[in-house]
Design a protein around this ligand. Structure first.
Ligand SMILES: Nc1nc2c(c(=O)[nH]1)N[C@H]1C(S)=C(S)[C@@H](COP(=O)(O)O)O[C@H]1N2
Ligand SMILES: [Mo]
Length: 320
């Protein structure tokens, strides 16, 4: 996002069309077979390449609420933004193998009755995990449909009992230059730690989730293991990864991309097809694995009915 290139996708990020077309054609052809055989194409879309698990069967028929197909596990886990591991879309998958997300603690502080260093296992004990299929719309104008595995952020907020002064929440990503090549001296692209923030009503909204998995399995390192945030009506950069601290604060915190370039990025970052990025239009998006902007971008990324009221009376061009 900081690299000044023409707005279209750089050629280095584009998988040759024939690769995708052939793969898709193959999957389609296989899928018309008998019901029993329909398992086979799905397994092909699984994690077999990584050699560990198979995608759980419930994802075979899962679609988004707008009846969209899920993106393949491979798209979700090999095309990432996680600048701590490098700025190329393939870097996080390639460079995050040495990162160790267990054990993990999250420091919760600021305006709460129950601050402390919480063990992740303790945070997760007693919460009900669920699959949530959301569109992820990156500010760079590409998108995916992803089955996250997580729980509402509000569950954790209620547990730590914010005070009446808690108007916003500030989140931080871990800093571990020894395991994160992008954080090493001289490689600097951003100021670390990566920080993000939400207004309390946004944080409490039932669509806002803390995520520990994708496709029902633990998050791979490149997707923000072991705990990350997802706010589906906002640009992807609000969903910070590998969270180590959550602070309840009175004033609106500064977030990484706003600090980096406040002309281009704001605090709210609500998906809005009517407000262009200074360097490109946000009216359309490229749904991976497509090469062209083949989808219209929807207001609030398609979640307007649920969230538009949060911004009643706000000038969305000013509060971008
Ligand atoms: N700590 C951290 N979190 C981050 C980023 C990052 O560079 N560092 N990139 C953001 C951006 S721009 C996007 S689009 C999403 C991508 O999430 P995904 O790779 O799981 O699809 O993560 C967000 N969270
Ligand atoms: Mo993004």
């Amino acid at each position: 996002m900081i690299i000044r290139r023409p707005p279209e996708i750089p050629s280095s990020e584009i998988t040759p069309e024939d690769v995708y077309v052939n793969r898709r054609r193959f999957i389609k052809a296989a899928a018309v077979g008998a019901a029993g055989l329909a398992v086979a194409p799905f397994a092909l879309r699984g994690v077999a390449g990584d050699g560990v698990q198979e995608i759980p069967p419930r994802f075979r028929t899962m679609r988004s609420e707008l009846d969209e197909e899920l993106n393949e596990y491979k798209d979700v886990t090999e095309y990432n933004n996680f600048y701590e591991f490098g700025t190329d879309k393939r870097d996080p998958h390639r460079n995050s193998g040495d990162f160790n997300p267990r054990p993990w603690k999250v420091t919760i502080g600021g305006e709460v009755a129950k601050p402390g260093d919480y063990d992740l296992d303790d945070i997760l004990s007693g919460v009900t995990m669920e699959d949530r299929v959301y569109r992820l719309r990156c500010v760079e104008a590409w998108s995916m449909v992803i089955p996250w595995y997580g729980f509402p952020l509000s569950t954790l907020i209620n547990r730590v009992e914010p005070t009446s002064k808690a108007n916003f929440i500030r989140f931080k990503t871990v800093v571990r230059p020894s395991e994160m090549i992008g954080q090493r001296r001289g490689r600097g692209t951003l100021n670390w730690p990566y920080v993000e923030g939400l207004r309390m009503d946004e944080a409490m909204h039932p669509l806002t989730i803390l995520v520990t998995g994708v496709y029902g399995m633990d998050l791979p390192n490149q997707n923000g293991a072991p705990l990350r945030l997802i706010i589906p009506w906002k640009y992807g950069f609000k969903g910070l990864k590998s969270i180590v601290s959550i602070d309840f604060v009175e004033r609106m915190p500064l977030n990484t991309w706003q600090r980096q370039n406040s002309f281009e990025y704001g605090f709210y970052a609500n998906v809005n097809p009517n407000v262009s990025h200074p360097r490109w239009s946000q009216a359309r998006e490229r749904r991976l694995p497509q090469l062209r902007k083949n989808h219209e971008t929807l207001m609030f990324n398609g979640y307007a009915d649920q969230v538009a009221h949060l911004y009643d009376g706000m000038d969305l061009e000013r509060w971008k």
